[in-house]
Design a protein around this ligand. Sequence first.
Ligand code: URC
Length: 316
Amino acid sequence: MRKLQNGRTLYYGKGDVLTYRTYAAPLNVEMIEESSYRGNENVIFAHNIKFSVSGESLLTSFTEGDNSRVVATDSMKNFILGQSVLYEGNTTEGLLSFLGERFLAKYAHITGIDIEATRIPFGQVTVKGDRGFANSDLVYRAMHNETSHARLELVRVSEGSAVNAMRSGLNDLQLIKVSGSSFFGFIRDEYTTLPESYDRPLFIFLNIDWSYTHHSDAIGGSGYVAAEQVRDIAHHVFHEYKTPSIQYLLYRIGLRILGRFPQLEEVFFESNNRTWETFVEPKGFGQAAVYTEPRPPYGFQGFTMTRGDLAEAGND
Ligand SMILES: O=c1[nH]c(=O)c2[nH]c(=O)[nH]c2[nH]1
Protein backbone atom coordinates (compact mmCIF):
# COMPACT_ATOMS: atom_id res chain seq x y z
CA MET A 1 0.00 0.00 0.00
CA ARG A 2 2.78 2.40 0.90
CA LYS A 3 4.67 1.68 -2.30
CA LEU A 4 3.68 3.37 -5.55
CA GLN A 5 3.75 1.60 -8.90
CA ASN A 6 7.40 2.50 -9.45
CA GLY A 7 8.30 0.96 -6.10
CA ARG A 8 8.64 4.31 -4.34
CA THR A 9 7.40 4.58 -0.77
CA LEU A 10 5.05 7.50 -0.15
CA TYR A 11 2.79 8.22 2.77
CA TYR A 12 1.87 10.93 5.24
CA GLY A 13 -0.58 11.18 8.09
CA LYS A 14 -1.32 12.00 11.70
CA GLY A 15 -0.31 10.23 14.90
CA ASP A 16 -1.53 10.45 18.49
CA VAL A 17 -5.09 11.28 17.51
CA LEU A 18 -6.65 10.78 20.92
CA THR A 19 -10.26 9.83 20.40
CA TYR A 20 -12.38 9.48 23.51
CA ARG A 21 -15.66 8.19 22.09
CA THR A 22 -18.34 7.46 24.67
CA TYR A 23 -21.31 5.05 24.58
CA ALA A 24 -20.24 2.79 21.73
CA ALA A 25 -22.23 -0.42 21.26
CA PRO A 26 -21.53 -3.03 23.95
CA LEU A 27 -19.35 -6.00 23.01
CA ASN A 28 -20.36 -9.51 24.05
CA VAL A 29 -18.03 -12.41 23.38
CA GLU A 30 -18.41 -16.15 23.77
CA MET A 31 -16.70 -17.25 26.94
CA ILE A 32 -13.69 -19.54 26.85
CA GLU A 33 -12.43 -21.89 29.56
CA GLU A 34 -9.50 -19.73 30.62
CA SER A 35 -11.36 -16.46 31.01
CA SER A 36 -14.30 -14.94 32.85
CA TYR A 37 -14.29 -12.10 30.33
CA ARG A 38 -17.68 -11.66 28.67
CA GLY A 39 -17.29 -8.37 26.89
CA ASN A 40 -17.21 -4.64 27.39
CA GLU A 41 -19.97 -2.14 27.96
CA ASN A 42 -17.90 0.27 25.85
CA VAL A 43 -19.16 3.28 27.81
CA ILE A 44 -15.67 4.66 27.18
CA PHE A 45 -14.37 3.52 23.80
CA ALA A 46 -11.09 5.45 23.66
CA HIS A 47 -8.19 5.08 21.22
CA ASN A 48 -4.90 6.59 20.29
CA ILE A 49 -5.06 6.49 16.48
CA LYS A 50 -2.32 6.71 13.88
CA PHE A 51 -3.54 7.32 10.35
CA SER A 52 -1.70 7.63 7.07
CA VAL A 53 -2.58 7.73 3.41
CA SER A 54 -0.86 7.09 0.12
CA GLY A 55 -1.61 7.45 -3.57
CA GLU A 56 0.09 8.07 -6.90
CA SER A 57 -1.45 11.53 -7.18
CA LEU A 58 0.30 12.69 -4.01
CA LEU A 59 3.71 12.44 -5.65
CA THR A 60 3.75 16.08 -6.79
CA SER A 61 3.20 17.23 -3.23
CA PHE A 62 6.66 15.83 -2.53
CA THR A 63 8.37 16.65 -5.84
CA GLU A 64 6.82 20.04 -6.69
CA GLY A 65 5.39 21.38 -3.45
CA ASP A 66 1.95 21.12 -5.06
CA ASN A 67 -0.54 20.98 -2.19
CA SER A 68 -3.64 20.86 -4.36
CA ARG A 69 -4.25 17.16 -3.58
CA VAL A 70 -3.10 17.31 0.03
CA VAL A 71 -5.66 16.64 2.73
CA ALA A 72 -4.02 18.48 5.65
CA THR A 73 -3.14 16.13 8.50
CA ASP A 74 -5.07 18.52 10.71
CA SER A 75 -8.14 17.77 8.59
CA MET A 76 -7.43 14.05 8.95
CA LYS A 77 -7.55 14.49 12.71
CA ASN A 78 -10.87 16.30 12.43
CA PHE A 79 -12.20 13.58 10.13
CA ILE A 80 -11.27 10.86 12.62
CA LEU A 81 -12.82 12.70 15.56
CA GLY A 82 -15.93 13.74 13.64
CA GLN A 83 -16.60 10.32 12.10
CA SER A 84 -15.92 8.35 15.27
CA VAL A 85 -19.24 9.37 16.73
CA LEU A 86 -21.00 7.69 13.78
CA TYR A 87 -19.40 4.27 14.31
CA GLU A 88 -22.09 1.82 15.34
CA GLY A 89 -19.90 -1.18 16.09
CA ASN A 90 -18.01 -2.30 19.17
CA THR A 91 -14.41 -3.22 18.32
CA THR A 92 -11.16 -1.42 17.56
CA GLU A 93 -10.84 -3.33 14.28
CA GLY A 94 -14.34 -2.32 13.29
CA LEU A 95 -13.70 1.33 14.09
CA LEU A 96 -10.53 1.37 12.00
CA SER A 97 -12.22 -0.29 9.07
CA PHE A 98 -15.12 2.19 9.32
CA LEU A 99 -12.83 5.23 9.40
CA GLY A 100 -10.67 3.95 6.56
CA GLU A 101 -13.62 3.11 4.32
CA ARG A 102 -15.20 6.49 4.93
CA PHE A 103 -11.98 8.30 4.14
CA LEU A 104 -11.53 6.42 0.86
CA ALA A 105 -15.14 7.18 -0.04
CA LYS A 106 -14.63 10.90 0.58
CA TYR A 107 -11.24 11.43 -1.10
CA ALA A 108 -11.19 9.71 -4.49
CA HIS A 109 -7.47 10.29 -5.18
CA ILE A 110 -6.34 8.41 -2.05
CA THR A 111 -5.70 4.76 -2.90
CA GLY A 112 -4.31 3.31 0.30
CA ILE A 113 -4.74 3.80 4.02
CA ASP A 114 -2.75 2.46 6.93
CA ILE A 115 -4.56 2.91 10.22
CA GLU A 116 -3.68 1.65 13.66
CA ALA A 117 -4.99 2.25 17.13
CA THR A 118 -4.14 1.42 20.69
CA ARG A 119 -7.13 1.20 22.94
CA ILE A 120 -6.82 3.50 25.96
CA PRO A 121 -8.07 1.34 28.80
CA PHE A 122 -10.50 2.53 31.45
CA GLY A 123 -11.60 0.15 34.17
CA GLN A 124 -14.65 -0.27 36.35
CA VAL A 125 -14.90 1.15 39.86
CA THR A 126 -17.27 -0.28 42.43
CA VAL A 127 -19.61 1.88 44.46
CA LYS A 128 -22.03 0.97 47.22
CA GLY A 129 -25.67 1.23 46.27
CA ASP A 130 -28.95 0.04 47.73
CA ARG A 131 -28.09 -3.58 46.92
CA GLY A 132 -24.44 -3.58 47.99
CA PHE A 133 -21.35 -2.97 45.88
CA ALA A 134 -21.80 -2.70 42.12
CA ASN A 135 -19.97 -1.26 39.13
CA SER A 136 -20.50 2.45 38.65
CA ASP A 137 -21.87 3.30 35.22
CA LEU A 138 -20.54 6.84 35.55
CA VAL A 139 -17.05 6.76 37.02
CA TYR A 140 -14.16 4.87 35.35
CA ARG A 141 -10.49 4.77 36.18
CA ALA A 142 -7.55 5.15 33.83
CA MET A 143 -5.47 1.97 33.71
CA HIS A 144 -1.78 1.58 33.12
CA ASN A 145 -1.46 -2.13 32.46
CA GLU A 146 -1.33 -3.95 29.14
CA THR A 147 -3.06 -2.41 26.13
CA SER A 148 -4.75 -3.86 23.07
CA HIS A 149 -4.23 -2.60 19.54
CA ALA A 150 -5.06 -3.26 15.91
CA ARG A 151 -3.64 -2.24 12.56
CA LEU A 152 -5.34 -2.31 9.18
CA GLU A 153 -4.23 -1.64 5.65
CA LEU A 154 -7.04 -0.67 3.31
CA VAL A 155 -6.78 -0.30 -0.44
CA ARG A 156 -9.11 1.16 -3.01
CA VAL A 157 -10.71 -1.45 -5.24
CA SER A 158 -13.30 -1.01 -7.98
CA GLU A 159 -16.20 -1.74 -5.61
CA GLY A 160 -14.94 0.54 -2.84
CA SER A 161 -12.31 -0.57 -0.38
CA ALA A 162 -10.79 -3.83 0.79
CA VAL A 163 -8.74 -4.83 3.81
CA ASN A 164 -5.31 -5.79 2.53
CA ALA A 165 -3.81 -6.76 5.88
CA MET A 166 -4.89 -6.77 9.48
CA ARG A 167 -3.26 -7.59 12.76
CA SER A 168 -4.61 -7.37 16.29
CA GLY A 169 -2.68 -7.60 19.51
CA LEU A 170 -1.84 -7.06 23.09
CA ASN A 171 1.19 -5.11 24.32
CA ASP A 172 3.06 -4.87 27.60
CA LEU A 173 1.77 -7.85 29.51
CA GLN A 174 4.11 -7.97 32.50
CA LEU A 175 3.91 -11.25 34.40
CA ILE A 176 5.94 -12.61 37.30
CA LYS A 177 5.82 -16.25 38.31
CA VAL A 178 7.44 -16.58 41.73
CA SER A 179 8.12 -20.31 41.53
CA GLY A 180 7.93 -23.12 38.99
CA SER A 181 10.29 -21.90 36.26
CA SER A 182 13.73 -23.26 35.52
CA PHE A 183 16.52 -22.64 33.06
CA PHE A 184 19.22 -25.28 32.74
CA GLY A 185 20.86 -27.51 30.17
CA PHE A 186 22.04 -24.64 27.97
CA ILE A 187 25.50 -24.62 26.37
CA ARG A 188 28.29 -24.29 28.91
CA ASP A 189 31.59 -23.08 27.51
CA GLU A 190 34.27 -20.46 28.16
CA TYR A 191 31.64 -17.68 27.82
CA THR A 192 29.20 -19.11 30.35
CA THR A 193 28.90 -17.48 33.77
CA LEU A 194 25.14 -17.94 34.30
CA PRO A 195 24.43 -20.68 36.85
CA GLU A 196 21.77 -23.24 36.05
CA SER A 197 18.51 -22.43 37.75
CA TYR A 198 15.93 -24.99 38.86
CA ASP A 199 13.44 -22.52 40.30
CA ARG A 200 13.78 -18.92 39.19
CA PRO A 201 11.42 -15.96 39.71
CA LEU A 202 10.55 -15.51 36.05
CA PHE A 203 9.39 -12.03 35.12
CA ILE A 204 8.45 -11.55 31.50
CA PHE A 205 7.30 -8.65 29.36
CA LEU A 206 5.17 -10.00 26.57
CA ASN A 207 3.57 -8.71 23.37
CA ILE A 208 1.17 -11.02 21.53
CA ASP A 209 -0.31 -10.29 18.10
CA TRP A 210 -2.72 -12.39 16.07
CA SER A 211 -4.24 -12.42 12.61
CA TYR A 212 -7.50 -13.93 11.42
CA THR A 213 -8.00 -16.26 8.47
CA HIS A 214 -10.95 -14.05 7.43
CA HIS A 215 -10.73 -10.35 8.31
CA SER A 216 -14.52 -10.29 8.46
CA ASP A 217 -14.46 -12.29 11.73
CA ALA A 218 -12.88 -9.30 13.46
CA ILE A 219 -14.86 -6.63 11.66
CA GLY A 220 -18.46 -7.02 12.60
CA GLY A 221 -18.34 -10.82 12.52
CA SER A 222 -19.19 -13.26 15.26
CA GLY A 223 -15.66 -14.63 15.59
CA TYR A 224 -14.18 -11.72 17.47
CA VAL A 225 -11.23 -12.56 19.71
CA ALA A 226 -10.95 -10.15 22.63
CA ALA A 227 -7.47 -9.18 23.79
CA GLU A 228 -8.67 -9.82 27.34
CA GLN A 229 -9.25 -13.48 26.45
CA VAL A 230 -5.78 -13.83 24.94
CA ARG A 231 -4.37 -12.18 28.06
CA ASP A 232 -6.22 -14.66 30.27
CA ILE A 233 -4.94 -17.60 28.23
CA ALA A 234 -1.38 -16.32 28.77
CA HIS A 235 -2.08 -16.09 32.52
CA HIS A 236 -3.43 -19.62 32.62
CA VAL A 237 -0.68 -21.27 30.62
CA PHE A 238 2.03 -19.50 32.65
CA HIS A 239 0.31 -20.70 35.82
CA GLU A 240 -0.16 -24.29 34.59
CA TYR A 241 3.20 -25.16 33.08
CA LYS A 242 6.52 -25.59 34.79
CA THR A 243 8.53 -23.90 32.09
CA PRO A 244 12.15 -24.74 31.20
CA SER A 245 12.48 -21.48 29.22
CA ILE A 246 10.57 -18.49 27.94
CA GLN A 247 10.86 -19.98 24.44
CA TYR A 248 8.84 -23.03 25.51
CA LEU A 249 6.32 -20.90 27.41
CA LEU A 250 5.59 -18.91 24.24
CA TYR A 251 5.03 -22.13 22.31
CA ARG A 252 2.56 -23.45 24.89
CA ILE A 253 0.66 -20.14 24.97
CA GLY A 254 0.55 -20.14 21.17
CA LEU A 255 -0.86 -23.67 21.00
CA ARG A 256 -3.58 -22.77 23.47
CA ILE A 257 -4.57 -19.58 21.62
CA LEU A 258 -4.72 -21.37 18.25
CA GLY A 259 -6.65 -24.22 19.84
CA ARG A 260 -9.24 -21.97 21.45
CA PHE A 261 -9.74 -19.78 18.42
CA PRO A 262 -9.98 -21.72 15.13
CA GLN A 263 -10.68 -18.41 13.36
CA LEU A 264 -7.08 -17.27 13.96
CA GLU A 265 -4.45 -17.94 11.33
CA GLU A 266 -1.28 -16.86 13.04
CA VAL A 267 0.05 -15.75 16.42
CA PHE A 268 3.14 -13.56 16.89
CA PHE A 269 5.14 -13.24 20.10
CA GLU A 270 7.77 -10.86 21.36
CA SER A 271 9.04 -11.26 24.88
CA ASN A 272 11.65 -9.81 27.22
CA ASN A 273 13.32 -11.65 30.04
CA ARG A 274 13.18 -9.50 33.19
CA THR A 275 13.88 -12.28 35.70
CA TRP A 276 14.51 -10.75 39.11
CA GLU A 277 18.01 -11.02 40.48
CA THR A 278 18.14 -13.00 43.70
CA PHE A 279 19.51 -11.10 46.72
CA VAL A 280 18.38 -13.41 49.53
CA GLU A 281 17.74 -17.04 48.47
CA PRO A 282 14.52 -18.67 49.72
CA LYS A 283 15.10 -21.57 52.14
CA GLY A 284 12.45 -23.64 50.36
CA PHE A 285 9.19 -23.45 48.45
CA GLY A 286 6.93 -20.68 49.74
CA GLN A 287 9.70 -19.26 51.94
CA ALA A 288 10.73 -15.61 52.13
CA ALA A 289 13.31 -14.33 49.68
CA VAL A 290 14.43 -10.95 48.42
CA TYR A 291 14.98 -10.07 44.77
CA THR A 292 15.95 -6.95 42.93
CA GLU A 293 15.67 -5.62 39.40
CA PRO A 294 17.95 -7.43 36.94
CA ARG A 295 20.89 -5.53 35.56
CA PRO A 296 20.90 -4.73 31.86
CA PRO A 297 21.24 -5.98 29.21
CA TYR A 298 18.07 -8.02 28.84
CA GLY A 299 17.25 -11.07 26.72
CA PHE A 300 14.40 -11.27 24.25
CA GLN A 301 12.56 -13.81 22.11
CA GLY A 302 10.43 -13.61 18.95
CA PHE A 303 8.24 -16.41 17.63
CA THR A 304 5.39 -16.86 15.20
CA MET A 305 3.01 -19.80 15.06
CA THR A 306 0.39 -20.91 12.56
CA ARG A 307 -2.40 -23.47 12.53
CA GLY A 308 0.16 -25.90 11.13
CA ASP A 309 1.98 -25.85 14.49
CA LEU A 310 -1.24 -26.82 16.23
CA ALA A 311 -1.86 -29.65 13.78
CA GLU A 312 1.68 -30.94 14.31
CA ALA A 313 1.37 -30.81 18.09
CA GLY A 314 -1.94 -32.67 18.16
CA ASN A 315 -4.56 -31.67 20.68
CA ASP A 316 -3.34 -29.37 23.45
O1 URC B 1 14.08 -18.45 29.19
C1 URC B 1 15.25 -18.13 28.92
N1 URC B 1 15.71 -18.33 27.65
C2 URC B 1 16.99 -18.02 27.27
O2 URC B 1 17.36 -18.20 26.10
C3 URC B 1 17.84 -17.47 28.26
N2 URC B 1 19.14 -17.05 28.26
C4 URC B 1 19.43 -16.61 29.51
O3 URC B 1 20.54 -16.12 29.87
N3 URC B 1 18.33 -16.76 30.33
C5 URC B 1 17.34 -17.28 29.57
N4 URC B 1 16.05 -17.62 29.87
